[in-house]
Design a binder for this molecule. Structure first.
Ligand code: NAD
Length: 511
């Protein structure tokens, strides 16, 4: 089922401009020489100018200067800036949501949800600004106090992916700013307008608070601009979100100069469906995670590992839903599946479908291209469901498109082993009403992922928990819980108020 006609370029360009201007973006910034395409119709909606090498160097120099002032601002006062930023995001939620839809192709509800996530993380960071706690430890020496203090780290470089064009930056930035670190952001080259709009709102909050603008900066460009940030000795922490390929390049470059990196990379997320699963709930959970965002979330469900006794019934129900998913213009009411980002995403889906077939798979639903006549430059693909005889090589790779493999299992420990057998380790779920299975899946012998869910899909995390994953997903943690520690440096302090000089471990060194 397709939902509506696809808007033309003039309409989309006008909508993008109006939304960006409402957030405070100067129109001249949207008329650069690098075209920005909307996946909605595949055509340009404006352009941006990429930052040159010297411009990136200059940004880092300005951020280092801003750091000296910003780290002196008390953390609760830094929190006040984020509080104001959260208010501005609330006022402009619809504008930013429009830009997210136009640049990333998300349906309106998910685009607004992405902005809501920014607002939520601002709330979290405001509270955090009064809770940057260190511990005190008992000293083994009389008249000594032992404690740890947490200090601002320095300049944070944020490299972000197209599929969460603003939320991931806000997870990093709201937390980094209350921790006392300026941020330089290199957004995806596919979604620069959304970035400029969100950034304009943060700059406004900083200015209203009387703080230096340079606490938050944006540099625009593609891979090479990201590479420059990663290699720059003036960037203390590089927080990079994107493909494992990008992380393989960024990680060693940052490590080589002993910088810190926080990597949030690809996922290959599975749900285990056991014989006791509530199939109605399971189907809803799977479809949201596998077909939502047109399969373009790092946490998108890419594998269903279903017990042999339920796999046929589950597949039948999934096929039924897949065939009637409303697909079309993501900004139109009722649409649940929007477009893929571009031609290369669409080709990746075709390649994976071909390989899956060669490896014994059977396409049981979807996979086709739709709306080709209405929008020949856009890539609307019906989410694909493929039955696989086992976890063949193609199933080990992340194809960033709506492609769900269904694999049977016989024994629960085998299902856990299959869940863990891929190189990525981001998100996972089990659908079961058997408490022992749920406990085992979440235990040390269970899923090896950073996110382990029970009776809920793999996507749609809340900001309160630390977000991230293991193995090729990079090991980083962002957003809630104690993820803030990555943005600060820890000092251990020993204070001697005894008037004597007893040495630790009973060492004698009398002079
Ligand atoms: P991508 O790797 O192509 O690009 C991500 C960002 O890295 C962009 O800003 C890009 O310009 C930059 N970049 C590319 N090469 C670089 C290099 N050598 N050095 C420095 N920067 C470089 O990814 P994408 O297509 O925008 O996003 C999809 C991918 O991101 C998927 O693999 C998805 O799983 C992953 N992702 C992961 C998370 C997570 O939290 N784990 C979240 C969102 C997306």
């Amino acid at each position: 089922m397709t939902t509506s006609s696809i808007p033309g370029s003039e309409t989309l360009t006008r909508r993008a401009r109006t939304a960006a201007e409402a957030c405070g973006v100067e129109t001249t910034l949207m008329a650069g020489d690098h075209p920005v395409h909307s996946p909605v119709n595949g055509l340009p909606i404006g352009g941006v100018t990429f930052s040159s090498g010297p411009m990136v160097d200059d940004s880092v120099a300005r951020a280092r200067t801003a750091f000296v002032a910003w780290r002196r601002v008390p953390a609760p006062a830094r929190g006040a800036v984020i509080k104001r930023f959260g208010q501005l995001l609330t006022e402009h939620q619809a504008d930013l949501g429009t830009l997210v839809s136009l640049e990333a192709g998300k349906i309106t509800s998910e685009a607004l949800g992405e902005v809501q996530e920014m607002i939520d993380v601002c709330d979290f960071a405001v509270g955090l600004s009064r809770q940057l706690y260190g511990r005190t430890m008992v000293s083994e020496r009389p008249g000594h106090r032992l404690m740890e203090t947490w200090h601002p780290l320095g300049v944070v470089g944020v490299i972000s992916a197209f599929n969460f064009p603003v939320a991931v930056w806000s997870w990093n930035t709201a937390v980094a700013l209350v921790c006392g670190d300026p941020v330089i952001w290199k957004p995806s080259e596919k979604t620069p307008f959304t970035a400029l709009a969100a950034h304009a709102l943060l700059r406004r909050a900083l200015r209203e608070g009387g703080h230096p603008d340079d606490v938050s900066q944006v540099v625009l460009g593609d891979g090479p601009v990201g590479e420059q940030l990663a290699a720059h000795p003036g960037v203390d922490l590089v927080s990079a979100t994107g493909s494992t390929r990008m992380g393989r390049s960024v990680g060693p470059v940052v490590a080589q100069r002993f910088g810190r990196s926080l990597l949030e990379l690809g996922g290959n997320n599975a749900a285990v469906v056991t014989p006791s699963a509530d199939l109605d709930l399971t189907v809803r959970g799977i479809v949201f995670s596998a077909a939502g965002t047109a399969g373009q979330r790092c946490t998108t469900m890419r594998r269903v590992i279903a017990h042999r006794s339920v796999v046929d019934e589950l597949t039948k129900r999934l096929v039924d839903v897949y065939e009637r998913l409303p697909l079309g213009d993501p900004t139109a009411e009722g649409t649940l599946v929007g477009p893929l980002l571009d031609a290369s995403s669409s080709s990746a889906l075709d390649r994976a479908l071909r390989e899956a077939e060669h490896q014994g798979g059977t396409l049981v639903a979807g996979g086709g291209r739709e709306l080709e006549n209405e929008a020949p430059d856009a890539y609307y693909r019906r989410p694909a469901l493929v039955r696989m005889p086992g976890q063949t090589p193609i199933v080990h790779a992340e194809t960033f498109a709506p492609l769900l493999y269904v694999i049977p299992y016989d024994d629960f420990t085998e299902a856990i082993a299959l869940n863990n057998a891929v190189p990525q380790g981001l998100s996972s779920s089990v659908f079961t009403r058997d408490q022992a299975e749920a406990e085992l899946f979440t235990s040390a012998e269970g899923s090896d992922c950073g996110i382990v869910n029970v009776n809920i899909g793999t996507s749609g995390a809340e900001i309160g928990g630390a977000f991230g994953g293991e193995k090729e997903t990079g090991g980083g943690r962002e957003s809630g819980s104690d993820a803030w520690r990555a943005y600060m440096r820890r000092a251990t302090n020993t204070v001697n108020y005894s008037g004597e000089l007893p040495l630790a471990q009973g060492v004698n060194f009398d002079v």
